[in-house]
Design a protein around this ligand. Sequence first.
Ligand code: URA
Length: 264
Amino acid sequence: MSTDPRDIRDVVKFLRQREDLGLGEIFLERLTRDQVLLAAAEARRGARTEWMGTPEQETARADPSEGDGLGISSPEVDLAGLKYAELKAVAESCQRCRLAKGRTQVVFSDGNPQARLMVVGEAPGANEDRTGLPFVGQAGKFLDLLLAAVDLSRRDSVYICNVLKCRPPGNRDPMADEIDLCSPFLKRQIALVAPEVILAVGTFAAQLLTGTNRPLGKLRGSVYAYEGVPLVVTYHPAALLRNAGWTRSTWDDLQLLRQVMDGS
Ligand code: URA
């Protein structure tokens, strides 16, 4: 059996996120049964930092200028100096990872780029891939309702985007290498929009922006800082639609968000 450590890292992360969501079900993609069992054993051992790798492993793992090991190569554009329209244009023609092949369109953002609040979700789904706008499906409508409950609207007061700009096939979870390759766009997007507050919805956005791999249930309830910007985390609206038991916690998170925005 040949075991690519990157596959195992992804599966370990995937299993922990399922656990976090209270889901026992998994699906197999590309991996053999033995590889999944190995990953499950890793996940149970609680070696929580292993999938992130050491800095040396991170460097060795993804060098897009030499191809990303996924059969797709694209010259690396330094995003750091780009203006908003340039960043959007580079994202819209991005070929950094496998998701470029399956997307209909890149989903960059919706809402008001001058907004005080930036909401960061996980990745586009089928409706978002079709329309080019984030959070337009059922979860998106629910998100709009949640935001309206604390007097916020995407038309006026919210800017919305995702960790991944392209739809993962079958709405599967983002993989670690996809997040690595796509997150520079989010980083620059945050720098350019310069929100006063960020709301991360769901495990992927919360873990990426807090720089931890703690489960969402343990992360929520505190105010963090991302590059100096206050950050609140809460459950993903899609997870909330499946688990109504989290409604109370989400309500508390939104009240916390409101307090941070009101400076109280
Ligand atoms: N879920 C997300 O995280 N983002 C979307 O854009 C849609 C659903």
